[in-house]
Design a protein. Structure first.
Length: 260
């Protein structure tokens, strides 16, 4: 049976614009608040640690922190955008209208993931403009790595938020995922420290944290230094982003946990 994948481009665009308007209407929460939080993190660590270089990486601590803070904030915002939209629709019992809309599963997934990606990139850009004066970062040696890991990481977290929103039945379920999965994995992924500073056991454990490779690859693009070789993770990161999107498409096509 031949099932059309893209049969309503205008509907896809309309859903994308709706998702864009949804987070832009609360700019203080979606754009300003993340910038303020990340700036406070940077100031606290800057004045608590002082002028030091990060062991194992050999760069100034502020320059080291900025890419990690930017990527962490992008990942969290990408996850929040899709998860909050899906769970809000379910809790308010209006998600049925989205299920009934003349849109294919691929069109729904593309609209949600694209809007989450735009939000993540906007937050990352605003955050960079706010934080770069603290370190005076020069032209990054690998700008394409910044874009690649930023886009792939945001898409992966947007897809996880999409699936999480479908799985959750109430806001408490989403808070459970965010507080016990997303937040710990991002904070322990090397945002504030180099993996080489950890004991060998924790270095091994951190090696299984996928967020570690996303943040380290993103940081390498800015500094040309990191804990791993980002070239080794390029294929895996791209495949993870593709697999995450395909998972969203498959689950939405099934109506998993959305028709009960």
């Amino acid at each position: 049976m031949n099932i059309p994948l893209l049969s309503n481009p205008r509907g896809l665009w309309t859903l994308f614009v709706r998702e864009m308007h949804r987070f832009m209407k609360v700019k203080m929460q979606t754009l300003v608040a993340p910038v303020l939080t990340a700036t406070l993190y940077l100031l606290i660590f800057r004045y608590a640690i002082g002028n030091r270089t990060v062991p194992g990486v050999g760069v100034d601590v502020v320059a080291f922190l900025i890419p990690g803070l930017v990527m962490m904030t992008m990942l969290q915002n990408a996850f929040a955008n899709t998860s909050s939209s899906i769970i809000t629709g379910k809790v308010m019992h209006v998600h049925i209208y989205l299920l009934m809309a003349p849109l294919t599963a691929l069109e729904v997934v593309l609209a949600f993931l694209a809007a989450a990606l735009v939000r993540a990139l906007l937050v990352g850009l605003v955050l960079l403009l706010a934080l770069i004066p603290f370190a005076g970062l020069s032209m990054p040696p690998h700008p394409w790595l910044i874009l690649y890991y930023g886009v792939c990481g945001s898409l992966i977290l947007a897809a996880l938020g999409f699936v999480g929103g479908m799985w959750a039945d109430k806001f408490d379920d989403m808070a459970l995922i965010n507080n016990f999965v997303i937040l710990p994995l991002t904070l322990l992924s090397g945002v504030f420290f180099s993996s080489s500073q950890l004991p060998s056991l924790w270095q091994t454990i951190n090696g299984y944290n996928p967020f570690f490779y996303l943040i380290d690859g993103f940081r390498y693009g800015f500094l040309g230094a990191g804990d791993t070789d980002p070239m080794q993770g390029i294929v895996a990161t791209g495949l993870a982003a593709l697999a995450s999107a395909l998972l969203c498409w498959r689950l939405w096509a099934m109506g998993w946990n959305m028709k009960e």
